[in-house]
Structure formats: C-alpha cells, structure tokens
Ligand binder design. Structure first.
Ligand code: NAD
Length: 348
C-alpha cells in the first residue's frame, strides 16, 4: 500500500536539477503537451476565477481546479516593486491531491515552474495563432520570465531571432547574456519600436502596477501575433485600448480575463474567443494573413494543474523529490489525540 502520509516535496534545488536534467526546452515542450491535452478536456474541469487578495503594492492569489480525479492549487504573488528590494516579482508554490482520498500527492516550488508553464502556454497559443513563417519575436520586458519565453518560442514555434527591449538596459544585458549559446539570434534594442522591426510575434512581459502603454496602436502593423503576458491584474495592463479594438482576442477563461487581462479596458460583452476551443477545433484561430491575433494571457489554474501533473509524472522515474511528513495519519484514524499522547510518552 502507498504511504499516503508521506508527500513528495520538490524543493527549488530539486526543481532546478529536474529541469537541467531534462533540458528547459524539452520541459516546456512537454508541459505545453500536457496543457494542450488538458485544454481538450476543458469542459470537465472545475473552473473559477482565481481568488485574489489585493494590496497597494501587489496581489496574493490562490488558483484551484480539479478534473474529478486530481485537485490542484497554486499560491502565487505579484509584487512589481519587489525587484527594487532584491526580491522576485512573482513567487509560487503548489499542491496536487487525489480526489478519492483528499490526500496530497505532490507539494512543489512553483516559481520556476510558473515561468516554465507561462512560457509553454504562450508558445502553445502562438503555435495556433501566429502568422505562418514567423521566426522573429520582439521580447519587451526582459525580467525573470523573459528567457523562458524566448526558449519556449524557439522550441515550440521555431522562432530563430529574438529582439530584446527593457526600460532597464541591465535587464536586457542579463537576458542577452543568459540566452547566449542556445542557438537563438539575439539583438538588444534601445526602444520598443526598434525591437518590433521585422517581428511577426510581439511578446510583452513587463511588470508595473498601472494601466501602462507598452504598445500604442501606431506601432502595430497588420498580421502580427501579440502575446501579452504582463497585464494580469485589475489596473495592470500593457496595451493601448485601440490595439484591442483591431485584434481578434483569444483568452484562457473569460470570467477571469475580463477582471485581470487587457480586456478589462473593454466593454464586458466585447467578443473574445476561448483558446481551448481553437485547440478542440470548435472554432478557428487565425483566419487570414492580415489579422492581428492577441493572446491576452493572465495565467489560468488548469495550466498550473497541467504543470503539476507533469512534475508528478516525472517523479515516477526521476529522483528529484524529498519525502515530507505532512499528513498526520494515526494507525487508528479516530485516535489523533492518542497519537499526540504516544509521542509525548516516547519523548519523555
Ligand atoms: P520582472 O519584474 O522580473 O520583469 C519585468 C521587467 O519589465 C523588468 O525588467 C522591468 O524593467 C520591465 N519593464 C517595466 N516597465 C517597462 C516598460 N514600460 N517597457 C519595457 N520594459 C519594462 O517580472 P517577471 O517575473 O518577468 O514578470 C513579468 C510580468 O509577467 C509581470 O507583470 C507578471 O505579473 C506577469 N506574469 C504573467 C503570467 C501569466 O500567466 N500571464 C505569469 C507570470 C508572470
């Protein structure tokens, strides 16, 4: 019988070992496969907009979902001011449990895993929506997520050129340095306009707790795909509203994206397309070469569930976890207090 009170725990150290063992591009490609498979069975999942607790400086969120067999949730924060204090903007951890017993089967760091799954999700959307033959991506915002985004687009969409821009040149230099040697042609640019030259895919991944205008309407030509990652909170967006009005907008879960995504700037009934329906073939993605497609990414619980499921499956053959004595489980299930007394007697 499985020892259900011992929960495998993936520390940051073990997550790094797992990702380095398999290779980040393979991990993101495989997570994208898990997300794609879960989006195909979208309708059977429990879905709810994430539960957000806002403060003046950031947000702390819980993201739960279940497919009826497994239940998962992620704890995640978003604090744009943190980097100035030497802290991460986004940190996370998550848990997977079996519905049958309610017992956890995995506890893991999810700061790295969130970057991997966000990039995997972005590239998966672009695989369906980007214009044919788009091999150049503008990467605006070169912080913690940026290299993951670039490498996922290389592995999943065949991007060969990445053009970087950040208001902080040190972030661009860091990103260019980290991407060296991965087979990507990387250009550091001095403005968002310069970064977008020749780019069929434009990724915005900036962090600022305001209605920012990273892209204005005149910057966007016909036929491009926009992957808008950074606008993911009420009052935190990246694109000028006029771009939205010219775009076909694809979203994860509309009730959440209408609160958090770029489309918070639009009327509540503005038409959007649920991306899972593109995957199942219920609706079409890009229909012509001049269309502007926009993936209004906010990050949805099912993507984290897929990532948790992926890590759980990897641990069947890889040694990158530690046993965690996490569930109090007395021999006689009703004798929880007795377990405490026996521990006291033993300690005496
Ligand atoms: P980060 O703080 O590490 O990096 C953000 C970068 O944006 C910084 O280097 C900053 O200098 C730059 N920036 C800010 N304003 C800019 C501007 N006007 N033009 C160009 N660059 C600008 O943050 P991160 O962890 O990389 O996350 C980036 C964003 O993505 C955050 O807003 C975060 O909340 C969001 N995010 C979204 C998802 C999702 O699923 N959609 C997942 C993770 C993170």
């Amino acid at each position: 019988m499985k020892d259900l009170n011992i929960v495998p725990f993936v520390s940051v150290d073990n997550m790094m070992k797992l990702v380095l063992h398999l290779g980040p591009e393979r991990v993101m490609t495989e997570i994208a496969g898990y997300i794609e498979a879960d989006f195909r069975r979208w309708e059977l999942f429990d879905k709810t907009p994430r539960v957000a607790s806002h403060s003046d400086v950031g947000v702390i969120e819980l993201m739960p979902t279940s497919d009826g067999e497994m239940y998962g949730f992620k704890y995640v924060n978003g604090h744009p001011k943190n980097t100035k204090e030497g802290l991460q903007t986004v940190t996370a951890f998550g848990l997977l449990a079996e519905v049958d017993t309610g017992y956890p089967i995995l506890l893991t760091e999810m700061t790295i895993l969130t970057a991997l799954r966000t990039a995997a999700m972005s590239a998966l959307a672009a695989k369906y929506l980007a214009p044919d033959g788009a091999t150049t991506m503008a990467m605006i915002g070169n912080g913690a997520q940026a290299e993951f985004q670039a490498l996922a687009f290389k592995a999943i969409c065949g991007v060969t050129h990445v053009r970087l821009y950040d208001i902080d040149p040190a972030a661009t230099a860091k990103c260019a340095r980290n991407l060296a040697g991965f087979g990507l042609n990387v250009t550091s640019c001095r403005s968002a306009e310069e970064a977008m030259e020749g780019a069929g895919i434009i990724t915005t991944c900036t962090a600022d707790k305001q209605l920012a205008t990273i892209l204005t309407d005149n910057m966007i030509g016909s036929g491009v795909h926009i992957n808008a990652v950074g606008g993911d909170c009420p009052g935190k967006t990246e694109l000028h509203r006029d771009i939205l009005l010219r775009s076909s907008i694809f979203v994860e879960y509309p009730p959440q994206t209408r609160i958090e995504g770029e489309i918070q700037q639009l009327a509540p009934d503005h038409p959007v397309i649920e991306f899972w329906q593109v995957i199942t073939g219920a609706t079409t993605g890009r229909t012509d070469a001049r269309q502007i497609t926009l993936f209004d990414s906010v990050g949805f619980a099912i993507e984290d569930f897929s990532a948790l499921r992926y890590i759980h499956d990897q641990l069947k053959t890889l040694p990158y976890s530690q046993p965690l004595d996490m569930i109090a489980d007395p021999d006689d299930p009703r004798d929880l207090y007795g377990m405490l007394l026996r521990a006291k007697a033993k300690a005496a």
